[in-house]
Design a protein around this ligand. Structure first.
Ligand code: UDP
Length: 240
């Protein structure tokens, strides 16, 4: 049974990183196609304002609290999540796991050429990792059957969909039934980080829960997106 907290209509799992990893490994071994999403405040705000997107997030097998804003919101609602469970870290844990089991991963998303660099870096970082295939995230609607064919023929068990929110969650929802993989994860800009084109915050920023601040310093053009954070906290406070 999932233990979740309802944050503006989105069911966020009250789990630790270790629990999320255990559950994700289990989903990899099960039949059917599971989905993991990792909502941050910006994604939850978008879902609050869009019922269809909210239903898609609530159709996940796990929704991890990605971002300190989500942790604070859960505390304000008196149903605290134990800790932040960033999609990027969960992905790293799973990749390490499948590098030992031999299950393959398909990297889907980011600008042309990025997934290939991510693949080379990941194969170095996780010796034994099987990257079954890659495809960039800039495609036309008519290309989708071919992308799905490539994913299915690759034999991958894990599919990382990195198209940004809400596109990646909608894509997974729309194509779930056509896929042969065991687990799909919507993990935004992760391929850019694996490729080294975007740097993750230094450990100190992560420890101090200031990863959002580091990203803002590095990419000031994201200021509009970061304004979702105060709006999110205010909306949760009002709802409470
Ligand atoms: N992206 C993509 N296809 C699109 C739009 C975006 O593959 O049509 C990619 C983009 O290149 C980037 C990722 O999706 O690699 C989303 O990046 P963002 O920084 O928005 O992700 P987040 O903040 O959600 O981690």
């Amino acid at each position: 049974m999932r233990k979740t907290v309802d944050i503006l209509g989105v069911h966020i799992d009250q789990i630790t990183m270790a629990d999320a990893l255990t559950k994700a490994k289990k989903l990899l071994g099960e039949g059917g196609v599971s989905a993991i999403y990792t909502p941050n405040p910006e994604i939850i705000m978008a879902a609050y304002e869009n019922e269809d997107f909210r239903a898609i997030l609530n159709g996940a097998d796990i929704c991890t609290p990605d971002g300190i804003g989500v942790v604070y919101a859960s505390r304000m609602l008196n149903h605290p999540v134990p800790e932040r469970v960033p999609g990027f870290d969960l992905t790293c844990g799973l990749l390490e796991h499948i590098s030992k089991t031999g299950e393959g991963v398909f990297l889907f998303g980011a600008k042309p050429g990025i997934a290939e660099i991510a693949r080379a870096n990941l194969e170095k970082k996780y010796p034994g990792l099987v990257v079954s295939g890659v495809h960039d995230g800039y495609f036309k609607e008519g290309d989708e059957p071919e992308i799905i064919r490539q994913i299915n023929e690759s034999g991958a068990k894990l599919l990382l969909v990195c198209l940004g929110a809400p596109k990646q969650e909608m894509w997974i929802h729309q194509h779930r039934a056509e896929l042969n993989v065991s687990l799909c994860m919507g993990v935004g800009g992760s391929l850019d980080v694996f490729a080294g084109t975007v740097k993750r915050a230094p450990d100190l920023f992560i420890k101090l829960n200031l990863e959002w601040f580091y990203r803002l310093l590095k990419q000031p053009s994201r200021i509009g997106r970061f304004m979702a954070l105060p709006k999110f906290i205010l909306t949760v406070a009002k709802k409470k």
